[in-house]
Design a protein around this ligand. Sequence first.
Ligand code: C2E
Ligand code: MG
Ligand code: MG
Ligand code: MG
Length: 291
Amino acid sequence: VDRLRETLEGTLPAHSLPPARLQPSVTASDLDAALRSGVLQVHYQPKVDIRSGLLRGVEALARWTHPALGPIPPDQFIPLAEREGLIAPLTITVTEQALAQAAAWRAHGLNISMAVNLSPHLLECPDLVEQITDRVAIHGLEHHQVVMEITEGSLSARLGTALTRLTRLRLRGFGLSIDDYGTGFSSMQQLARIPFTELKIDRSFVCGAQQQPHLQVILRSALEMCQELGLTSVAEGIETLEDWRLLQSLGCDVGQGWLIGRPMPGDALYAWVRQHRERLPELRGPQPGEA
Ligand code: C2E
Ligand code: MG
Ligand code: MG
Ligand code: MG
């Protein structure tokens, strides 16, 4: 539209021109500048054990507030980073902050796992495994504490490289998670070749499942598959206590969602832990030995 405007400008009276784009979009150079100046932030969302309600770990989620346009959702700037060759520096920035945060929590006695999102585009990067391993060592974290979440959707196109790189990460002891499971078209036969440790059921199957029997059928079969394949099952997008109870009764391992905690800055987690402790009786499922 903007280019059309330029072409039309001067040839037509101003009032007959199409309106300028209402929502100016962010550019690669904005994002590049943000990465260089260190304004990209990371928020952390709790992942909790569904039986006990106890905190297991967090997921690191990138946050960017544009100086003129305000907060930009990751669903906008992550694809931009992927298109414009900025996903490697972005991932390094996020991972570095996340690992430093995990080390700081650990120093305060909060020993939890840290999950970072890995774009499948990055799997082409030959020194990815070394870079991550080095960063983890520098922060003195153990490999099994660090989990890489990889979206199911874009994996199948890169199955060959994904298989080698992800297997290498797994051999180093890192956790590997299938993110947004159910939204892509990869077959389980493909996914099962990669040594995943965790499967995250997409929130479209979780949110509101209590009222929709067909979603419950899908949840049941995904959870059964996790059990058969020895994968930790995670339900994302748990927004209500009803959804929580349903997932609990279906035997899901880990829950994540607004009911439990929204993504938050690193130092807000201490207060969250205190508040969460008070909610535990409400969240706890039947314990072994209880009627
Ligand atoms: P994701 O990895 O599947 O992360 C979960 C998304 O769901 C997050 O959105 C989170 O804020 C949101 N969410 C969590 N609980 C609930 C809930 O109960 N209800 C609803 N409606 N939403 C919930 P966010 O932070 O906007 O991130 C969107 C996506 O952007 C992420 O999906 C991930 O694929 C991508 N992303 C974010 N940070 C990074 C990053 O550092 N690197 C890469 N490669 N991708 C990232
Ligand atoms: Mg994720
Ligand atoms: Mg997800
Ligand atoms: Mg997602």
